[in-house]
Design a protein around this ligand. Structure first.
Ligand SMILES: Cc1cc2nc3c(=O)[nH]c(=O)nc-3n(C[C@H](O)[C@H](O)[C@H](O)COP(=O)(O)OP(=O)(O)OC[C@H]3O[C@@H](n4cnc5c(N)ncnc54)[C@H](O)[C@@H]3O)c2cc1C
Length: 353
């Protein structure tokens, strides 16, 4: 048997958990270092002191095309905790809504065709415009997307002659929720990938998965996998710096001592990684040169505890409104203990204002 090598992973969000589990499966000894008391980072839960309910930071959804996170859920044995929805609801005026559903028998990319044709939110002319853009996306394929790198998705929408109302009510709601930026500011290559991979690739790609348990519970099995590989989960431990001997990174300096390792994986956001990297290291490793150039775009989640059932659908997009999506959770997970029968999570993307 070879020597078991240690990998230190900084950050116990989804990326850090996935790295630790993969490293364990590949025969490494992972040491996962996380500042907070719980795993999950931005995709986790907290105990709300007022209601006593375990709430998620914000509604998170996965899609059928999110193969990496689904593989992780599978490895953690929690794939069965995800409820799948094949219909997205788009609000019109006066409380009415349109369904965008995966048709049972039609193959991709025709599977949204019948429900899209029935949507009353858009006129026939607007539907033809949307179809024109989808045909352009299908024609260009993943290679064609590369040509759109560094350009705004708004440029693609202008090139395919999308009316302003269609941008506001169709393209923006999807791009905002997937990329957290409006079409005018989102890089075209990223937005095109959302529509290509998430709507056109295969029938299940656009199915929306919602956890029926608080997000933090999805990661329960991670510690056992790490420990079984001889590793450690170090919660409440902050990395202070990457240990660098002038030639290579040799471990992580934490608030409670140094973790020596043959490899280090950073799974923290770029601004945090910048703080962990000394000037010498940043000069030495060109990958760290541009960490200060990342900008951030906030998302706001609002939890509404309702004493009666106000939403009849599991989700609702609110095109053209300040709040972009609503997700309804019924039953015990909705805090039924306090007489609340429905818990609605409202999501405001690009919440800078
Ligand atoms: C409100 C909101 C809604 C979202 N909705 C969706 C969605 O529906 N679908 C989707 O796919 N994505 C969604 N996202 C994005 C998704 O949450 C993130 O992409 C993902 O959680 C990022 O995971 P990560 O592990 O890369 O980083 P993070 O989750 O940021 O994890 C980094 C971890 O590092 C820890 N850390 C930082 N510094 C240190 C240090 N010095 N030492 C030790 N630990 C440290 C932090 O505590 C944190 O736990 C949403 C994000 C937000 C904020």
């Amino acid at each position: 048997m070879g020597v078991v090598r240690t990998v230190a992973i900084v950050g116990g969000g989804v990326a850090g958990i996935a790295a630790a589990v993969r490293a364990a499966d590949a025969g490494w000894r992972p040491i996962l270092i996380e500042t907070r008391t719980k795993l999950g980072g931005r995709a986790t839960s907290f105990d709300d002191v007022r209601t006593g309910i375990e709430l998620d930071n914000c509604q998170h959804v996965v899609m059928g095309c999110c193969t990496n996170i689904l593989e992780l859920y599978d490895r953690l044995g929690v794939l069965g905790e995800i409820d799948w929805h094949e219909t997205l609801w788009f609000a019109r005026a006066n409380g009415a809504s349109d369904a965008l559903s995966i048709a049972p028998l039609l193959p991709a990319p025709l599977h949204y065709g019948p429900s899209f044709a029935r949507m009353k939110l858009f006129t026939l002319g607007e539907k033809l415009a949307i179809s024109r853009a989808f045909i352009a996306i299908l024609r260009m394929g993943p290679r064609g997307r590369l040509r759109w790198q560094g350009r705004a998705f708004g440029e693609f929408l202008a090139q395919t002659r999308q009316p302003a109302r269609v941008v506001e009510l169709f393209w923006d709601p999807v791009v905002l929720s997937a990329c957290n930026l409006p079409s005018a500011r989102c890089e075209a290559a990223h937005a095109l990938k959302v529509f290509d991979d998430g709507m056109l690739a295969h029938r299940f790609a656009g199915a929306v998965g919602v956890s029926r348990v608080p997000l933090a519970r999805l990661y329960n099995a991670a510690e056992e996998i790490i420990v079984r590989a001889g590793g450690e989960l170090r919660l409440r431990t902050s990395a202070k710096a990457l240990a660098f001997d002038g030639a290579r990174i040799t471990g992580v300096v934490c608030d409670d001592g140094v973790v020596g390792a043959q490899a280090v994986i950073s799974a923290v956001p770029p601004d945090r990684l910048a703080k962990l990297s000394s000037d010498t290291l940043r000069v030495h490793d060109k990958r760290l040169a541009h960490l200060d150039e990342f900008a951030f775009s906030p998302i706001l989640g609002v939890h509404l505890a309702m004493k009666r059932r106000v939403m009849q659908t599991a989700n609702l997009a609110l095109p053209g409104r300040a709040t972009h999506w609503l997700f309804a959770h019924d039953g015990a997970g909705a805090g039924a203990t306090d007489g609340f029968v429905q818990h609605i999570e409202a999501v405001v993307s690009t919440a800078d204002a």
